[in-house]
Design a binder for this molecule. Structure first.
Ligand code: ZN
Length: 437
């Protein structure tokens, strides 16, 4: 395969290199991709002289690493009507449980395919994707998207877990691990799994050397459920017939984050979604455990779950990614649209440092890579894939956005990048092209 030299008026590398500024921005820059991997990065004129045989692609706009979505459920692309239903969190999740029962295998596969297509079309090349139904696995793997398919353990008390849910999850893990895309484990939440079911699913994932991802402190209902064992989520569990420890004990008198830690659900091999209701002690505990949080501002707003303390996460230096969540609770899978909402929320919460746009940009690239363990650290099996950065040795995944090339590229991407992805390249191959690109 011939090496390809991608050039653009502005290249955002996320890693300072020859010809870049401190933030890794190169004016008239270029990236050489050879055999699916980045082989060189620097000023376009230098790289053209060094690699005269490379095929050349000259892009207009801003060229960046492919974006990393730190929390989604691509298989729910067909549930978009639920996002516009106006239902708040607890009735929404009850509606999800009901709707899931009548969705067929073919519908899951088709919906997952749609989700992967929408992600790639908006410049996202890696996703922390939660998979609840086996038919959704193959279409995502076939799409070539990087990241992890986290097999979800959802809805089980001790009896149900021991009877058949443990076996179901093991079976799904076997299927996920046999595919090309990396597998992970996702115990859904503290209110849909008993303590035993939660810890057993975590244990199984770790036994297999997999990363884990769970929902944490998403709604005030969850806080109430964990602390005192009452509220709408307790009602839901009772209606479904789950025998939950939190309800029988009258709650555990602590926060969801402390509960998760007690279940050995935190660690550097875990990242959590939402973290809306995390106080400063919770956030400090997450940092201490090396657990990153994936913020999903638009989903939280649609479900009335609250506003994540994003300005605090930023100011305190918490490892952070950004996720769109699924189309069942979000208007789009466009990560730059999500980033703009996160930036605006941080600003409204008082974060007024000039690095705000750059920090939010990092969250949808480097931060997401950290969430997924794809920041170059060695993973089980000896692989050490790197995404979210244009650096020699990283995977050859990039995106090009038709946004203004003068001024601050981070502000341009976040203010104008939504819906403006004109090209997406995955492992050196175009998977999306718009207009004359
Ligand atoms: Zn979710």
């Amino acid at each position: 395969m011939t090496a390809t030299l991608h050039t653009a008026p502005v290249v955002v590398t996320n890693a300072p290199t020859t010809g870049s500024d401190d933030a890794g921005v190169i004016r008239d820059g270029a990236v050489l991709i050879d055999n699916g991997v980045i082989a060189d990065v620097g000023p376009a004129a230098d790289l053209a002289a060094k690699h005269p045989a490379a095929k050349r692609r000259d892009h207009a706009g801003v060229l960046t690493p492919g974006l990393v979505n730190a929390h989604s459920h691509l298989q729910y692309a067909a549930y978009a009507d639920l996002a516009s239903s106006g239902l708040p969190f607890s009735p929404w999740i009850a509606q999800m449980v009901e709707r899931r029962m009548v969705t067929t295998d073919e519908q899951w596969a088709e919906s997952a395919r749609t989700g992967a297509f929408l992600a790639l079309r908006s410049g996202t090349t890696a996703v922390a994707d939660i998979v609840t139904d086996i038919p959704a696995l193959a279409p995502i793997a076939r799409s070539g998207l990087r990241g992890i398919s986290y097999v979800e353990a959802l809805g089980a008390d001790d009896d149900q877990w021991n009877a058949d849910r443990a076996g179901d999850v093991n079976k799904a893990l076997d299927v996920a691990m046999a595919q090309t895309r990396a597998a992970g484990i996702s115990p859904h939440s503290l209110y849909t799994l008993s303590r035993h079911a939660f810890t057993e699913s975590m244990r199984r994932g770790r036994e297999l050397g997999l990363r884990a991802h769970t929902h944490l402190a998403e709604s005030a209902d969850e806080v109430e459920f964990v602390a005192v064992g009452t509220g709408l989520l307790a009602d839901m569990a009772n209606n479904i017939g789950w025998k939950m420890d939190a309800i029988s004990c009258g709650g555990f008198a602590h926060t969801p984050t402390i509960e998760l830690d007690g279940l050995e659900g935190l660690g550097a091999d875990v990242h959590v979604a939402h973290g809306v209701h995390c106080d400063s002690a919770d956030r400090a505990l997450l940092r201490e455990r090396g657990t990153a949080v994936a913020i999903c501002v638009r989903s939280n707003k649609i479900l009335g779950a609250g506003r994540p303390p994003i300005a605090d996460y930023l100011a305190e230096g918490s490892p952070m990614g950004i996720g769109t969540d699924s189309l069942a609770s979000s208007p789009s899978l466009d990560l730059l649209e999500e980033a703009r909402a996160a930036r605006d929320l941080a600003r409204s919460q008082g974060y007024d440092l000039p690095d705000l746009n750059a920090r939010i940009w990092q969250a949808i690239t480097l931060g997401g890579a950290f969430c997924l363990g794809l920041d170059g650290r060695e993973l089980s099996g000896g692989r050490a894939d790197q995404v979210g950065v244009l650096a020699v040795g990283a995977l050859g995944d990039l995106a090009v956005f038709d946004v203004p090339t003068d001024g601050d590229p981070f502000a341009a991407l976040i203010d104008h990048g939504a819906g403006e992805c004109v090209a997406t390249v995955l492992g050196g191959t175009f998977v999306h092209r718009r207009g004359g690109q």
